[in-house]
Design a protein around this ligand. Structure first.
Ligand code: BG6
Length: 476
């Protein structure tokens, strides 16, 4: 038997599986995981024999737990057939347990064994850590020590661990978490979630870049002036104040989602599109991010906090946490020499949108009121209203040779066969089932991004915190 829990035989996706959720009563489980599982269930994409086992501190009777899940699961009225919702919830059971008590994990092990016995099979087991990051270490130790992560047989029943961002708080803590994971589990068992990688329109960046010969030759400092990556959200804290206040925008989304977007734009073509080659290519470009020194920080970074943030529930009254950040990042390779990559994100902004603008170099003329500077812009719209736009210039009809900008546009929603965008978590869960790690972050990628972010954090307090009103579109 494998000592670290990953047996060599890959099980088909629909092999009996138990999905264990540590922290099932929390926001993430009810907002993302359970709706995604329900959706897969309603599409008949889950194994016939599957079970979700929730683990948390609260005490519930079977009925109370069902009612709790039914009332908390984040689905719209009419989104699923009521029958599917009901049958899905029949598959969700509960173990009351304390994250720091070994007895609780033994109770969980007994529960998993009972399910396997009732199925007469040694099933696959997935363990999702849907808990605050400070609990990761303790849970990982317990899962290991109580042998929960050992497959129940040599031939069947893999076990996998899903871990959410933030993966550490800086380079040191990320290294120690990674070392722990590496000590306790096999790399093939570990799925580090950055749900942005699973967004359809983000995956399209690679397809678009490498399937269209007209853009890739222009993909360098010779033709590209700058890149602007924006992740704006109009909402504020929505009950997440306590968690967010310990992170701020830089740790919450810049270190992970936004640097992953940068990687997809700037990376070289991978040798193949296998998980390992794609992750290597993403990691290689992230390793080339140039550190921002103490001297440069005030020129290259702006941070802000919206008025009213400190009044949000769970936020410290004297909080200096940033809810907005803009960073000018540079890559130390000739292909991208002199091209700034701006990453900009904020809460309480004018609108919710994630998009990436590629600004091509201006044509040589200076432009005037009647004949503007001609700059082509290629925009990847990640969400909402996913699509691609190209801004180009045409001659204004009539005498003379004046031009004006026009837009070529592709929207997913205009293509009936593209249907509704697949949900990020649905995609991720499906990929964990089939053991495909392409859309999960590797150690190299995570470490490279912390290597860039940690020196910034070391000088973070020196940077003034600008206050802004809700509803802005960026800060100066
Ligand atoms: C999460 C952040 O990782 O991503 C949140 O913690 C943010 O603060 C969210 O709102 C954005 O994800 P999405 O998929 O809603 O764009």
């Amino acid at each position: 038997m494998s000592t670290k829990g990953e047996n060599s035989v890959e099980q088909p996706a629909l092999y009996p599986t138990i999905f264990v959720i540590f922290g099932i009563t929390g926001d993430l489980a009810n907002r993302k995981l359970l709706p995604a599982l329900l959706s897969l269930y309603s599409k008949k994409l889950l194994p016939k024999r599957f079970s979700v086992v929730g683990f948390s501190r609260r005490s519930f009777s079977r009925e109370e737990f069902r009612d709790f899940i039914r009332s908390k699961i984040n689905i719209r009225q009419g989104q699923f057939r009521e029958e599917d919702v009901k049958h899905f919830i029949d598959h969700v059971t509960y173990v009351q347990g304390f994250f720091d008590q070994q007895e609780s994990y033994k109770t969980l092990a007994t529960k998993l064994l009972e399910i396997d016995k009732s199925w007469g099979q040694c099933s696959n087991k997935l363990f999702h850590l849907s808990v605050p990051p400070e609990l990761y270490e303790g849970i990982l130790h317990q899962v290991h020590d109580t042998k929960l992560a050992l497959p129940c047989s040599d031939e069947t029943g893999w076990t996998r661990i899903l871990i959410e961002k933030p993966f550490g708080n800086d380079t040191k803590t990320a290294q120690s978490l990674d070392a722990l994971l590496g000590k306790l589990f096999n790399e093939k068992q570990i799925f580090r979630i950055d749900h942005y990688l699973a967004k359809e329109a983000l995956q399209n960046i690679l397809a678009f870049r490498f399937a269209n010969s007209m853009f890739e030759p222009l993909w360098s400092s010779k033709h590209i002036d700058r890149v602007h990556i924006k992740l704006f959200e109009s909402i504020g804290m929505h009950g997440r104040g306590k968690f967010y206040d310990s992170l701020g925008a830089i740790r919450d989304v810049a270190q992970n989602h936004m640097l992953m977007m940068l990687a997809l734009i700037a990376m070289d073509k991978p040798e193949t599109f296998s998980a390992s080659d794609v992750r290597t290519a993403r990691g290689n470009i992230l390793k080339r991010l140039v550190s921002i020194s103490k001297r440069e920080i005030s020129q290259k970074i702006v941070k802000g906090q919206y008025h009213g943030y400190i009044a949000e529930e769970g936020v410290a009254a004297n909080s200096k946490t940033e809810t907005y950040v803009r960073i000018e990042a540079n890559l130390g390779i000739s292909r991208w020499k002199g091209v700034p990559f701006y990453i900009e994100t904020g809460k309480a902004m004018a609108e919710t949108k994630t998009e990436i603008d590629i600004y091509f170099k201006n044509t040589s003329d200076k432009g005037s009121e009647h004949d503007p500077i001609k700059q082509n812009i290629l925009t990847f719209r990640i969400q909402p209203d996913e699509g691609i736009k190209v801004r180009f210039f045409v001659k204004t009809p009539g005498h003379g040779l004046l031009t004006e900008p026009k837009i070529l546009k592709f929207r997913y929603s205009d293509v009936p066969s593209f249907g509704v965008m697949p949900d990020d978590y649905e995609r991720l869960i499906n990929d964990v089932f089939i053991g495909d790690q392409t859309l999960f972050a590797s150690t190299d990628e995570i470490m490279a991004s912390w290597k860039f972010i940690t020196p910034i954090l070391d000088n973070w307090k020196d940077l003034p915190l600008k206050k802004y009103n809700r509803g802005v579109n960026g800060l100066d």
